[in-house]
Design a protein around this ligand. Structure first.
Ligand SMILES: Cc1ncc(COP(=O)(O)O)c(C=O)c1O
Length: 390
C-alpha cells in the first residue's frame, strides 16, 4: 500500500514528467507487489542519469563489422578496453596488471567457464573438482554442472574438501564474498589445485582496498564496478600466457569472440570512471547510507541479524572505511525458513540453501534502486516492531 501511495504522490509531483520520471514510476509500479532481491545493480542508475553524457558511444553502421578486433594477442579483444582496464586498476590500486594478460569475456560468467575449461587437464580419468567455501556464489554449482562436462564437476564446500596427492581441483575464491561480504583467501592445500579469484566486488564502494590483488587468475566485471550489467563485459587478469590462450580459445569456440560494440561502450564507461572519481564517492556514500539504515533497523529488535565487518585502511580513499557489501547475509533468528517468512511480507530474497548454507539465512540485495530500498527497510522495520509488540 505504501508503495502505491508513493507512486501516486510521485505521479502528481511530476505533472510535466520527463521520460526519465515516467520510467521511474513504471519501475516503481513493478516493485509494488513484492520487492525483488535480485543481484541487479540498478542503484547506479541515478549517478549515470546525471553523468551519462560523459560516456556516450556512437557507432556508425559500417564500423566494427568484422569478427576481428585490433589486439595482436587475442583476435577478438579491443586494445582500447585492454588499456583502459590497466589504467583503471592503476588508479584504484585493486589489482596488479603488470605481467598479466587480459582476456575479455561476455561478463565474468563466460570467463569463469573459460577458466574451468583452461584449468581442467583433458587427459584425466575423472573430472577436475570445482570447490568453493560455503556459503558460495549460488551460480557456481549450476554453471559448473549444467553441461555435465567430463572435464570438470562441482564438488561443493571447499572447507571440507581434502584432495588426494594428484587430484586435480579448482578452488573458487570470491573476495569479498557473495553472499556474505567477507574477505577470503584460498583454503585448500595439497593435490594439483589452482585457485581462481573472483574479484567482482573488490571495488572501494564495497570494501576497503587494502593492497593490489596479485593472484594467478583474477576475474573482474563491469557489472559490479559501474553497474552496467547489461553491457555484459568482464575481464580476466591472467599470469600464465598458456592459460590465457586457452581461455581465449574457449571464447572463440563458445561465441567467436565478444561483441566489439559492447567492448567499446565498456571502454568509454570505464574511461569516464577514471576521469571523474565521483562515481566511487557516489557509490561509497550510497552503500554506507544503506548499511547504516539496515543496521539501525535490525538493532531495534532481535528477529534478524547480519554479519559484523572490521573497518580497515582503504588505500584508495586514504582513510579507514567499513565494508559495505552488495548483499546482506541476513539470518532469521526465529524462523527456520527465512525466505518464506520474508516473502509473506512482500520481501523477495534468495534462500541460504542455494549458497550451500541453511534456510534460516537469506541473501538480501543492497543494490536495488533507492526507492525500492527504502520500502524494503520500511517492511523490515514493521516486522521488527510486530515482534516487539508481541
Ligand atoms: C561473485 C560474482 N561473480 C560473477 C558474477 C557475474 O558477473 P557478470 O555480470 O560479469 O557475468 C556475479 C554476479 O552476480 C557475482 O556475484
Amino acid at each position: 500500500m505504501e508503495c502505491m501511495k508513493w507512486t501516486l504522490k510521485r505521479s502528481t509531483e511530476l505533472v510535466d514528467a520527463t521520460l526519465a520520471s515516467v520510467e521511474e514510476i513504471v519501475q516503481q509500479l513493478t516493485t509494488c507487489a513484492s520487492l525483488t532481491s535480485t543481484r541487479d545493480p540498478t542503484m547506479f542508475e541515478n549517478y549515470w542519469r546525471e553523468h551519462g553524457d560523459s560516456c556516450t558511444t556512437t557507432i556508425l553502421g559500417w564500423q566494427r563489422m568484422s569478427y576481428y578486433a585490433n589486439s595482436k594477442q587475442f583476435f577478438f579483444v579491443q586494445t582500447e578496453l585492454d588499456q583502459v582496464i590497466r589504467s583503471l586498476h592503476d588508479v584504484i590500486g585493486n589489482a596488479v596488471t603488470e605481467g598479466r594478460h587480459i582476456v575479455i569475456g561476455v561478463g565474468s560468467t563466460q570467463l569463469f567457464q573459460a577458466a574451468l575449461y583452461a584449468l581442467s587437464p583433458p587427459d584425466r580419468a575423472t573430472p577436475t573438482k570445482v570447490v568453493s567455501v560455503a556459503p558460495f556464489y549460488s551460480s557456481y554449482p549450476t554453471i559448473t554442472d549444467y553441461l555435465k562436462s567430463s572435464l570438470y564437476q562441482w564438488a561443493g564446500d571447499a572447507s571440507v574438501y581434502r584432495p588426494q596427492s594428484d587430484d586435480s581441483y579448482i578452488e573458487l575464491v570470491t573476495t569479498p564474498n557473495n553472499p556474505t561480504g567477507e574477505v577470503r583467501q584460498s583454503v585448500v592445500s595439497g593435490g594439483a589445485g589452482f585457485p581462481v579469484h573472483d574479484l567482482a566486488y573488490y571495488w572501494p564502494h564495497h570494501t576497503p582496498i587494502t593492497s593490489p590483488a596479485d593472484h594467478d587468475l583474477m576475474l573482474f566485471t563491469v557489472s559490479k564496478s559501474t553497474g552496467h550489467a547489461g553491457t555484459r563485459i568482464g575481464w580476466a587478469l591472467v599470469k600464465d600466457l598458456k592459460v590465457a590462450q586457452k581461455m581465449a580459445k574457449f571464447i572463440e569456440l563458445n561465441t567467436i569472440g565478444v561483441s566489439k560494440d559492447a567492448q567499446i561502450r565498456a571502454a568509454h564507461i570505464l574511461r569516464a570512471r577514471i576521469g571523474a572519481k565521483q562515481l566511487f564517492h557516489f557509490a561509497a556514500a550510497e552503500m554506507s547510507y544503506r548499511w547504516q539504515r539496515l543496521r539501525s533497523v535490525l538493532t531495534k529488535g532481535t528477529r534478524f541479524s547480519v554479519p559484523e565487518f572490521q573497518p580497515a585502511w582503504c588505500t584508495f580513499f586514504g582513510e579507514i572505511r567499513s565494508p559495505a557489501p552488495a548483499f546482506a547475509w541476513l539470518r532469521c533468528n526465529e524462523e527456520a525458513d527465512c525466505e518464506r517468512f520474508l516473502r509473506h511480507s512482500g520481501i523477495l530474497t534468495r534462500s541460504g540453501g542455494y549458497f550451500g548454507s541453511n534456510t534460516s539465512f537469506v541473501r538480501l540485495s543492497m543494490l536495488d534502486r533507492r526507492a525500492s530500498f527504502e520500502i524494503l527497510i520500511d517492511r523490515l522495520e514493521k516486522l521488527q516492531s510486530a515482534v516487539d509488540m508481541s
